[in-house]
Design a binder for this molecule. Structure first.
Ligand code: ATR
Length: 279
């Protein structure tokens, strides 16, 4: 009888990582393409991270997604990273190639692809307001700049992070009009085309929105990167004002599709992955 080959191993590294939707999405993709592979959860506590990377190759792990709190930390274990991942300062996808670790960030590109493909929104020449200046915001802003946005206004509670992000965007000379807003009112949402919530506000049930409803208008697309809840308070307010809305599941799907392509070289099966996410 022919020996059954062992499945290829992929997974998500984080702490905690149990609630990740990625295993569902990627295992559905492997099944759809009949790839003998498993996507696992690697919940690794910080004191064991070094050992995890030391034994990664021996365990035959071919690729990883990286989530909280390791998106920045893993940079020190990686041989080569893409210019975008370096600009963002974080890696969410690792490919093991010829024994070496290669780092990518598929968040920003996933966000952009979702905007263009599913929401028919091209950022070129558009005015954009962004809440937050953490990892997710950096990924989104780098790609909005690359896509030719005319204006990007960013507001973050901790202003030093906004200034830091402005430096990154300026240094690379890829965006024309950058505003480090000192309040939500400064974001100029009233004449913006797109508002992105890249803060974690809205993840918890009952959390209120950072944006007062009076700023919202029907010509605005409101994109909340939060995906743990289908409709955050911000999205509720936006829908009531006649805005088009999107939650973070679209970005999750597209960043996952990009990671899948990096690991396997295969065109990701979008329908199967969408279905796994309940889209
Ligand atoms: P991620 O990788 O998901 O972006 P992060 O880098 O920790 O996670 O960023 C979280 C973002 O949510 C930050 O912009 C953070 O603001 P601060 O930098 O000021 O902490 C923002 N955030 C979290 N809780 C918030 C709150 N209660 N009000 C406003 N912003 C908040």
């Amino acid at each position: 009888m022919a020996k059954k080959s062992l499945p290829r191993i992929f997974g998500v590294l984080g702490y905690p990582a149990k609630h990740s939707l990625s295993p569902k999405m990627h295992n559905a993709a492997f099944k759809a393409l009949k790839i003998n592979a498993r996507y696992r959860i690697f919940e690794v506590e910080p004191s064991k991270l070094k050992n995890f990377f030391a034994t990664l190759r021996a365990r035959g792990i071919e690729g990883l997604n990286v989530t909280i709190p390791y998106k920045q930390t893993v940079l020190s274990y990686i041989k080569r990273t893409t210019p975008e991942a370096r600009m963002i300062g974080a890696v969410n996808t690792i490919k093991v190639s010829g024994g070496k670790l290669l780092g990518y960030n598929t968040h920003g590109e996933g966000f952009l692809k979702h905007l263009k493909a599913d929401l028919a929104f091209d950022p070129r020449g558009k005015k954009i307001a962004v809440l937050g200046a953490g990892g997710a915001s950096r990924a989104v802003c780098v790609y909005l700049c690359k896509a030719g946005a005319r204006r990007i206004a960013i507001y973050n509670r901790d202003r030093s992070k906004t200034i830091n992000l402005m430096h990154v965007l300026n240094m690379n000379g890829i965006c024309t009009d950058l505003i480090a807003a000192s309040s939500v009112s400064d974001l100029r949402i009233e004449d913006a085309d797109l508002l992105v919530n890249a803060t974690s506000v809205g993840m918890k049930e009952g959390a209120s929105s950072l944006v007062e409803s009076r700023h919202l208008h029907p010509g605005l697309i409101v994109y909340d990167l939060v995906y743990s809840r289908k409709r955050t308070a911000l999205l509720e307010d936006a829908a009531a004002k006649g805005c088009r809305t999107a939650n973070g599941l679209g970005m999750l799907l597209y960043q996952g599709m990009l990671s899948f392509k990096i690991w396997t070289g295969r065109t990701p099966p979008k329908k199967a992955m969408e279905k796994a996410l309940g889209l």
